[in-house]
Design a protein around this ligand. Structure first.
Ligand code: DGL
Length: 275
């Protein structure tokens, strides 16, 4: 069935990270229905080979298109780094919104000329990051950290425990010593720990969450294609996970501020997702 204006927006991430983007989408487009895919059976993506992330992203895109998604939001910096270009070539009729670390607004904002970037190893290794730095860093010095273990802590709902605090301190303290005044969140999991990050870096450092800009871009794309849902009633959000549906369900209120139906899906040989 071809997608229609009442069809859902498809969105995916390796886990709960993309919910930070979904949250912004719910604020900006509450009338749109959404299907969210969290590949929690494969999390984390960050340390995985690019090829494997590409293959997961392709199967998830197929799954979302089969659920009639009218656009696909790749709410994961890592999957965007590894697969966005490939997905656009592989699915020329589909429309994608992807993510890249917000180096551009950070370079425009910084006064000290020093910016911290937090993202996964795959994101830093990808051509997308290299191109963003080349185009937008403009002489600004970037300090990078992969925050090992942070994604897993956030997946467990540990948003301000000792371990999470330690990982963030280890990442941010050396950057503060270099006089950064801006931090880019280059992983969609990290907006959930903004209060903790802000506590560590203080009020004089600006933390950039790209989620509102990504949601805005998705809205713009829908409107430009005449695909925006004009309904005045609230759209539904349906979740699919390759992990434990009860765990995801129990975290929704905390992460999104609303609940939703969660369905378990299974991978076949890591290549296909069972419908
Ligand atoms: N949320 C993903 C991102 O934006 C990464 C998490 C992972 O390593 O799986 O990069």
């Amino acid at each position: 069935m071809p997608s229609q204006i009442t069809s859902p927006i498809g969105i995916f991430d390796s886990g709960v990270g993309g919910i930070s983007v979904l949250r912004a989408m719910r604020q900006q487009m509450p009338n749109e229905s959404v299907i969210y895919f969290g590949d929690q059976g494969h999390i984390p993506y960050g340390p995985r080979p690019m090829e494997q992330i590409r293959s997961f992203s392709e199967a998830i895109t197929n799954f979302l298109l089969e659920q009639n998604a009218k656009i696909i939001v790749v709410a994961c910096n890592t999957a965007s780094a590894a697969a966005l270009k490939y997905l656009r070539e592989k699915f020329p009729d589909a429309q994608f919104v992807g993510m890249e670390p917000a180096v551009k607004p950070a370079a425009e904002h910084t006064q000290t000329g020093k910016v911290g970037v937090l993202a996964t190893p795959a994101t830093f290794q990808g051509a997308l990051y290299a191109s963003v730095v080349e185009r937008f860093a403009n002489g600004v010095e970037l300090f990078q950290s992969t925050c090992p273990g942070l994604v897993q802590q956030i997946e467990q709902g540990n948003l301000d425990g000792e371990e999470t605090r330690k990982i963030l301190k280890d990442a941010l303290q050396p950057m503060l010593e270099k006089n950064i005044d801006t931090v880019v969140l280059g992983c969609t999991h990290y907006p959930f720990v903004i209060p903790l990050i802000q506590q560590i870096v203080g009020d004089n450092v600006q933390v950039i969450d790209p989620a509102p800009a990504v949601a805005k871009q998705a809205k713009r794309l829908l409107e430009a294609g005449g695909m925006g849902n004009q309904s005045t009633s609230k759209g539904e959000v349906k979740f699919y996970t390759s992990g434990d549906p009860d765990v995801l369900k129990s975290m929704l209120l905390m992460l999104l501020g609303e609940g939703g139906e969660v369905e378990k899906v299974n991978w076949l040989n890591d290549l296909y997702i069972e419908q």
